[in-house]
Ligand binder design. Structure first.
Ligand code: IVH
Length: 684
């Protein structure tokens, strides 16, 4: 046998093919169905085997190979592409009347009185068209002006829920799949957070972020933006023998596309409006932005009968939701002082309704954001409200700037206590240097001290604390423990019962735990989890108070900054006095148990986030077990998270984990991983 012939015979075509099919299957399960069927390790092993084979046999590399999602070539980037069929837009309905006019028009044009409509969410992203030839993704184009768009093939290939190859034994010779590229809200928040940290431009909304991410010359940047694609149409329906829009959506699913799950078949004006109303109510819970619904006449023959106007299909309409982004006037900028002295600029706005709520304040985040967005007092600003988060000013309407618009500068001194304001190096935070001398910080610090996860004193809300502070009855946390019944009664709206309850709650809080106590102190950067690590490491408060920065840094997850804050906090004489006062009042805790982290625990050193409800144990118990197993339990998902454990009704954290590609375990998987550690008899 000649060496050449030998090489040809040994090309592992079958194995390559099998690997690709299996990886496509796993990708589909993970990115489209949201139901992973294999572990990351298994997936990575398949990928690296495929990469190795392709490296040995580069002639075998095909564009639909999963290894080719991110490829460097950008020579065709953004060249114009004329769509085979125009990508039309939709006429809009803004009111119930518009919808009933649409219904009447259609019924008037059709023989059938009760036509069916396929109702779908109107995704707020950007429309693209994907061309598959013989089932292989060969080109992707933006909508552009509808007649021609731009070539974004390389970038679109990085979107993980887009199949590189249709899942069909008998794919059409050529087909254009249309749909919307969106950025899930969690990915949007994460992206803006990263941008802010890098000092780069932030995006006003997920749609802009999705558009910006698709127009990157470097496809590896797009790949990191966690875009998603939802299919809802094909270029030419008639070819596939499809009878209805509903059937088309099912076929798109079979081919491997993600299709928005909220679609429904409806009929009658009431039917259409009901769907709109229901989806409107669910809107905030969806993982991505939608700006309305689309009603499409379901029967394709009827669609063809009605045809198009110059701009729109006659058989479909977009029924928009009221805007979640509105314009209003920025009247003033106030400064709020937080618990650790951080100054937050707050926009005072001409009251305006956003998504059904009247908004008159919105956060401006920090001074750098104001400067970056060039927001001036007197400007007309764009205000956005998303879910139950604080409304924010996303930008200005430049054209409407009055001549007398005022540039805003962060103050040099604290507006509450007049102490010097310090801007932390490399950070956009301005901080009042007044510490507990500052009444604003004092109030926030007390609110934190009494909060549920700290000393857990219920019945002591902001209003009562404010009065106690003003009456000079409380200055420091230890003063709380010297309050008398008579003093409490002097507060407004404090009657016999509430005063007695409050005194009992204060008394009860004396018996606490060391981690709670450390957390309650409100040391900057020391959250609940860090407080636990510190307690577990030092075991006693005295040891912690005496620790050097080096010793502090030896604690799991304590870095230079946290160590600096802890050291600085305990060095201050007034903090020492308050702590001594608290102990004198009888605050106590049981000794911290020394817990041995089981060796070779799957969890040791891992950062884990719990979300949703677990059926077998409380969140706190789960946290306790994980901590004992050597994990760090964190409250928020980031790229550093190793695993998210998702119980029932897990929400945005799970979405975020998915967007970031973080492993997600369900309760069963969590319990299975815990089992070998034999924690069963350990009281959490
Ligand atoms: S169908 C001929 N379905 O809305 C009709 N469009 O104003 C083709 N859009 O450019 C569009 N969600 O970007 C359709 N479920 C959906 C949609 C949708 C969002 C966008 C799309 C289009 C625009 C029309």
């Amino acid at each position: 046998m000649t060496p050449d012939l030998f090489a040809a015979l040994s090309v592992p075509v079958d194995e390559i093919e099998k690997l690709r099919n299996e990886i496509h299957r796993l990708d589909h399960a993970y990115y489209v169905l949201d139901a992973p069927v294999a572990s990351d390790t298994h997936y990575d092993a398949l990928m690296s085997r495929l990469r190795a084979l392709e490296a040995d046999h580069p002639e075998q590399i095909t564009t639909d190979s999963p290894t080719q999602r991110v490829s460097g070539k950008a020579e065709n980037a953004f060249t114009p592409i004329v769509h085979a069929q125009a990508m039309r837009s939709l006429d809009n309905a803004f009111s119930d009347d518009d919808v009933s006019a649409f219904w009447q028009r259609i019924v008037g044009l059709l023989p059938q009185a009760q036509p069916l409509f396929c109702a779908e969410p109107k995704l707020d992203g950007l429309a693209i068209s994907l061309t598959y030839i013989k089932g292989i993704l060969t080109q992707a184009a933006t909508r552009g002006d509808g007649v021609s768009g731009e070539d974004v093939t390389n970038n679109v290939r990085t979107i993980r829920n887009i199949p590189l190859k249709l899942n069909s034994h008998n794919p059409p010779e050529r087909i254009e799949i249309r749909g919307e590229v969106v950025m899930p809200r969690s990915a949007f928040e994460a992206l803006n957070h990263r941008q802010r940290e890098l000092g780069s431009k932030t995006f006003a909304n997920p749609r802009n972020a999705a558009a910006g991410s698709l127009r990157q010359l470097d496809a590896s940047i797009t790949a990191n933006r966690h875009l998603q694609f939802f299919a809802y149409a094909v270029g030419d329906l008639s070819e596939e023998g499809l009878k209805s829009q509903w059937q088309l959506l099912q076929t798109l699913r079979v081919w491997g596309f993600a299709v928005a799950v909220e679609g429904a078949l409806v009929t009658g004006i009431e039917g259409l409006l009901d769907y709109w109303k229901k989806l409107g109510e669910q809107r905030e819970q969806l993982a991505y932005d939608i700006d309305g619904v689309v009603y499409k006449l379901d029967n394709i023959e009827q669609q063809q009968q009605l045809g198009f106007t110059a701009k729109y299909p006659r058989w479909a309409i977009a029924h928009k939701f009221p805007a979640q982004e509105v314009w209003t006037k920025l009247l003033a900028i106030d400064i709020q002082v937080g618990r650790t002295g951080a100054l937050t600029p707050v926009a005072r706005l001409e009251p305006v309704a956003v998504g059904g709520v009247i908004v008159s304040n919105a956060t401006l985040h920090n001074g750098d954001e104001i400067a970056r967005k060039d927001i001036r007092i007197g400007d007309t600003v764009v205000v956005r409200r998303a879910g139950d988060v604080i409304p924010e000013v996303v930008g200005i309407v430049e054209q409407l700037r009055p001549d007398n618009a005022l540039v805003f500068n962060m103050p040099d001194t604290c507006p509450v206590c007049d102490s010097v304001v310090i801007q932390e190096p490399d950070k956009s935070v301005h901080r009042c240097s007044g510490g507990l001398y500052c009444p604003a910080q004092k109030q926030r610090a007390l609110e934190h001290f009494v909060s549920r996860k700290a000393m857990d004193i219920s019945g002591l809300g902001g209003k009562v604390l404010e009065q106690l502070l003003q009456a000079n009855l409380v200055n420091h946390p230890d003063d709380l423990y010297r309050l008398t019944y008579q003093q409490l009664l002097s507060c407004e709206r404090m009657a016999d019962k509430s005063a007695t309850n409050l005194l009992n709650a204060i008394k009860k809080s004396k018996s606490t735990t060391l981690p709670r106590f450390i957390f309650a102190l409100g040391i900057p950067e020391v959250g609940e989890v860090t407080a636990q690590s510190l307690a577990r490491h030092f075991l006693t408060l005295d040891a912690l108070m005496q620790a050097s920065e080096e010793q502090l840094q030896a604690v799991n997850d304590v870095g230079v900054v946290v160590a600096m804050h802890v050291k600085r906090f305990f060095e201050q004489a007034h903090n020492q006095t308050v702590i001594a006062g608290l102990r004198a009042e009888g605050i106590h805790w049981a000794e911290v148990e020394v817990i041995k982290t089981p060796e070779n625990s799957l969890f040791s050193g891992k950062t884990i986030v719990l979300t949703g409800t677990l059926s077998s144990m409380s969140r706190d118990d789960a946290k306790h077990l994980l901590t004992q197993a050597g994990a760090k339990v964190s409250g928020s998902v980031s790229a550093k998270t190793d695993v998210v454990i998702a119980g029932e009704a897990a929400g945005s954290k799970e979405d975020k984990a998915r967007a970031l590609g973080v492993s997600i375990w369900n309760e069963a998987e969590f319990l299975a991983a815990l089992a070998p550690l034999n924690f069963a008899n350990d009281k959490a």
